[in-house]
Design a protein around this ligand. Structure first.
Ligand code: SAM
Ligand code: SF4
Ligand code: F3S
Length: 420
């Protein structure tokens, strides 16, 4: 049978879609890249914000006229578990812990409802066939229960996978295009497999796979520590870029969010990062309009933005979520949330542009990802700070090229290969 997958949401959902590709491929199902000739359609949706849910549901509702008469549609992933009501023309809802049985599930008669979060959810037997950047999940679930977040209710309790199974999955998934390994977990710093913690695992992976770039997502500020910073600084192939979501700069809001740190704790860790790792690129997640956020609280967020000068930020307005504690609180005024978000985006984007401008004249090491869509004589890659760079000329996908940034066009650095 032919299957089609539409993927929404974070890297974890992208990893899961690759897991499904492998389990479907094992039973000789082939992937279709167009929806009209697919027999099975998976919509792997995200539920972290209302907007993400609406996009995926909109897609499910829009596909009716384009698909084969007997095509079966399954909403899967976080979205499946979150939904209380769903489009009536779908054939089932499959949560994140049953993908190893996916090819049996699609043969079940009647409506399928498999949304419990208790399953193992360890898919390290699957071979992942990503291009260039290999996404590998080292753990499932989340035990943090930040008060705004639905993820712990959708992905269940935290389980760390065995180092051996992680190494095996990386080995069996690496191909000639692989240049980078991205280790995934909702909070990688709380990885704990029979006493083995994340720093130890990270060193082992960096040593075994020393010819590959190593990155990891996401770190939680409460558990991010000096040991990890020193490992990033010492290991050549661990990239000097850290994603450290701060969410809010206000101590009152941080307490209400159950984040486990205050503004000064966060800033101390950022200062340590900047001191120990030369040229570290720091990115973050931040939101506006959490319930009871005042202008003063928002100004505290802006203070952190101005002081840290993040290389990039994912910026959101608070979205009320089912199950989560903040979902029961009085929501702030939409216009206020939006006004604050717009201001935040404006200031952060100008910081990003200023920081990008400082790259001009610098030498960067670019991992080539693909040909440019705009110019067939150029390639697109990423530097060590995970910034997208256009590099003049054609190079093999998956190789690392030393290049000099000659100009910044819009927001994108343009570089030329540096002769050795
Ligand atoms: N576990 C990761 C972490 O803690 O950073 C990722 C969590 S979530 C998938 C990614 C980001 O979405 C969060 O860092 C947060 O900024 C944002 N987010 C989560 N719940 C939200 C909500 N209810 N409204 C708005 N943004 C939200
Ligand atoms: Fe959600 Fe917090 Fe867990 Fe991240 S750490 S997934 S924001 S509960
Ligand atoms: Fe990811 Fe969305 Fe689930 S952000 S963890 S796919 S709710």
């Amino acid at each position: 049978m032919k299957f089609f997958i539409a993927t929404y949401g974070c890297q974890m959902n992208k990893y899961d879609s690759n897991v499904i590709r492998d389990y479907m491929g094992m039973r000789d199902h082939t992937e279709s890249y167009t929806i009209d000739d697919a027999d099975i359609i998976f919509v792997n949706g995200c539920s972290v914000r209302e907007h993400a849910e609406k996009r995926a549901i909109g897609f499910v509702n829009s596909m009716k006229s384009q698909i084969k008469k007997n095509a079966r549609i399954y909403i899967i992933g976080c979205l499946a578990t979150a939904l209380k009501e769903y489009p009536k023309h779908i054939n089932g809802l499959i949560g994140t812990t049953h993908y190893d049985r996916i090819s049996d599930i699609i043969n079940m008669n009647g409506f399928v409802d498999m949304r419990d979060t208790e399953g193992e959810g360890n898919y390290t037997n699957a071979r992942i066939r990503n291009n260039v950047s290999l996404f590998i999940s080292i753990m499932k679930g989340c035990n943090n229960f930040c008060s705004y977040c639905i993820v712990p209710y959708l992905r269940g309790k935290e389980i760390s996978f065995s180092p051996d199974s992680i190494f095996k999955q990386i080995e069996s998934s690496i191909n000639t295009k692989t240049g980078e390994i991205l280790l995934l977990g909702q909070n990688v710093n709380s990885y704990n497999y029979r006493g083995k913690r994340f720093p130890e695992l990270l060193i082992e992976i960096a040593n075994i796979f020393k010819n590959y770039r190593i990155r990891f997502l996401t770190s939680h500020p409460k558990d991010f520590n000096e040991l990890l910073i020193r490992i990033i600084a010492d290991k050549e192939n661990i990239m000097n870029s850290v994603h450290l979501p701060f969410q809010s700069g206000s101590d009152k809001i941080l307490k209400m969010m159950h984040r486990g740190y205050l503004q000064t704790d966060y800033l101390k860790k950022i200062n340590m990062l900047k001191q120990i790792i030369k040229d570290v690129a720091i990115t973050t997640d931040v939101m506006t309009g959490f319930p009871f956020e005042t202008e003063h609280d928002f100004n505290e967020t802006m203070k952190v933005i101005l002081e840290v000068r993040f290389d990039d930020a994912f910026m959101y307005k608070f979205s009320k979520r089912n199950y989560s504690l903040a979902g029961f609180m009085n929501d702030a005024d939409e216009n206020i949330k939006l006004r604050r978000l717009k201001h935040l985006i404006k200031i952060q984007n100008s910081i990003k542009i200023e920081k990008m401008a400082t790259l001009k004249g610098k030498t960067v090491k670019v991992l080539i990802e693909r040909k440019s869509k705009k110019s067939e004589n150029d390639c697109i890659g990423r530097d060590e700070g995970d910034r997208m760079i256009v590099i003049k000329g054609l190079f093999d996908i998956g190789t690392v090229i030393k290049a000099e940034v000659i100009e910044i066009k819009g927001n994108t650095p343009i570089a030329i290969k540096k002769e050795e």
